[in-house]
Ligand binder design. Structure first.
Ligand code: 6SD
Length: 451
């Protein structure tokens, strides 16, 4: 690649001789040249600027001087090792605070050019007709900004572009694996890095990184990367497509208040249901309940159950009694998209014959954990479940949480196992004349003491 930098401060770019970029030049990968704009002035004073039409502060760079400079530099042969100058891609890049933000995608695109010419302005910038003229003439012109702050000139922004582009050139990076890792973590911030010494000024390297559990390290790093991105760059989170996240990452993101979606994550709230929300939760319960029913269950039996057990009134009653019924909801925008219902064991014990050999008396019963079909795979269910567990732990009312899920629903079983549940037995019950077989799963709670 050939890069030409045009500036009134050529000395500014001596820094490039120090870095890898200087060495890339020696290896023939990069032909980088710096030009003094004043070389194209024609007057005694070598003047490059003049007062702005329309008045105002400062001076504007003259288009005539820039035109002579750019005509000449753009006509130069970009060949470094390419066979032909025909069909070479040339780009005129102009740093300006009013340009398009320079992104990694843009750097990757520009790394495919054969010839980059960077026009560094000073004063109040370059007469707008310079960019307009070359664009109208069919040139590729990129007016770019390196961030929302104001510099005194384009030189620092030109250095940034040169470094971002040249490190992507084939054979430039000593270790191309780091480029692979970067593209792997595209869209979110990097996880924090640590090296020796293990203890430094009272600060320790996180324990997980000292062990050899590579799965645990991978998960920990993924979670830290997500946490940082949520805290520092919510704009990236809201632009992050779900396909770039695996199931564990989606669940962690949901626990941090974002639901993964195709077009970018959406702000998510997981919170206790309010007493006035019974009708909305009942409607959610009635549209999600059929999703987990086995095919063998007749439609009538499902309708019956929805009418009797999932009525507005039954949710109204449960919400009026939070000492016995814990209901959490997941909300995206104004919509309720998921809920959990946990029954704390009262004097009558647990319903549905759940109490068996390995179930402690006073166990809490996770009766429902449902998410609207459109949000399946978003991570919401996992985050809801974990929140429901914490909610029960906070009540101090139970030492275990127990649930039943249909024997045929292996997806649900895998989900609960991933969340620390293990098999405690079976239960069989009749719904609408059909025998239902559930596996009973249980998870120990940490802080609680049975009442
Ligand atoms: C006068 C310039 C050229 C002045 C600039 C670019 C960004 N992101 N901030 N400031 C800038 C570029 C300022 O010439």
């Amino acid at each position: 690649m050939r890069i030409d930098l045009v500036t009134i401060f050529p000395q500014y770019f001596t820094a490039l001789d120090l870095s890898l970029i200087g060495r890339a030049g020696q290896s023939g990968l990069l032909d980088l040249r710096v030009h003094d704009l004043r070389g194209w002035t024609t007057d005694r004073h070598h003047s490059v600027d003049d007062a702005p039409y329309g008045g105002g502060a400062g001076m504007v760079m003259r288009p005539d001087v820039w035109g002579r400079a750019l005509d000449e530099v753009l006509a130069q042969d970009p060949r470094v090792d390419e066979a032909s100058t025909l069909g070479a891609r040339r780009v005129l890049a102009i740093p300006t605070p009013s340009g398009s933000p320079l992104t990694q995608a843009m750097a990757e695109d520009l790394a495919g050019a054969d010839h980059l010419v960077v026009a560094c302005g000073r004063y109040e910038g370059i007469d707008q007709r310079v960019a307009d003229y070359y664009r109208d003439a069919g040139r590729e012109v990129v007016e770019y900004s390196i961030g929302d702050y104001v510099l005194n000139g384009g030189e620092a922004a030109a250095l940034v572009l040169v470094e971002a582009v040249t490190r992507l050139l084939d054979g430039f990076m000593g270790n191309p694996e780091s480029l692979v890792e970067e593209s792997h973590s595209a869209g979110i911030l990097e996880y924090p890095a640590y090296t020796r010494p293990r203890s430094w000024r009272g600060l320790e390297v996180p324990e997980v990184l000292l062990g050899g559990d590579h799965g645990a390290i991978r998960r920990w790093r993924q979670e830290r990367a997500i946490d940082r991105t949520v805290e520092r760059r919510p704009d990236l989170v809201e632009a992050l497509p779900a396909r770039l996240l695996d199931g564990a990452a989606r669940e962690h993101l949901a626990s941090r208040g974002y639901a993964a979606a195709e077009t970018g994550a959406r702000p998510l709230a997981i919170r206790p249901a309010r007493p006035d929300e019974a009708p909305r939760i009942a409607a959610l319960a009635r549209r999600t309940f059929p999703l987990a029913c086995p095919d063998s269950l007749p439609a009538e039996a499902i309708e019956d159950f929805c009418r009797t057990e999932l009525s507005d009134e039954s949710f109204d009653q449960m919400l009026a009694d939070p000492a016995a019924h814990r209901i959490l909801v997941a909300q995206v925008d104004a919509d309720l998209v998921g809920y959990t219902l946990t029954v704390l064991s009262g004097p009558r014990g647990l319903p549905d014959g759940l109490v068996g050999g390995r179930i402690a008396p006073g166990a809490a019963y996770l009766s429902k954990c449902y998410v609207d079909e459109a949000w399946h795979g978003s991570g919401i269910a996992g985050a809801l479940l974990e929140e429901a567990v914490v909610d029960v732990e906070r009540t101090g009312a139970a030492s275990q949480i127990v649930l039943g899920t249909n024997e045929a629903n292996t997806r649900a079983q895998r989900f609960y196992r991933r969340h620390g549940f293990s098999r405690a037995g079976r239960r069989v019950f009749v719904v609408g004349g059909v025998e239902n077989r559930d596996v009973v799963l249980v998870r120990k709670l940490t802080t609680a003491v049975p009442r």
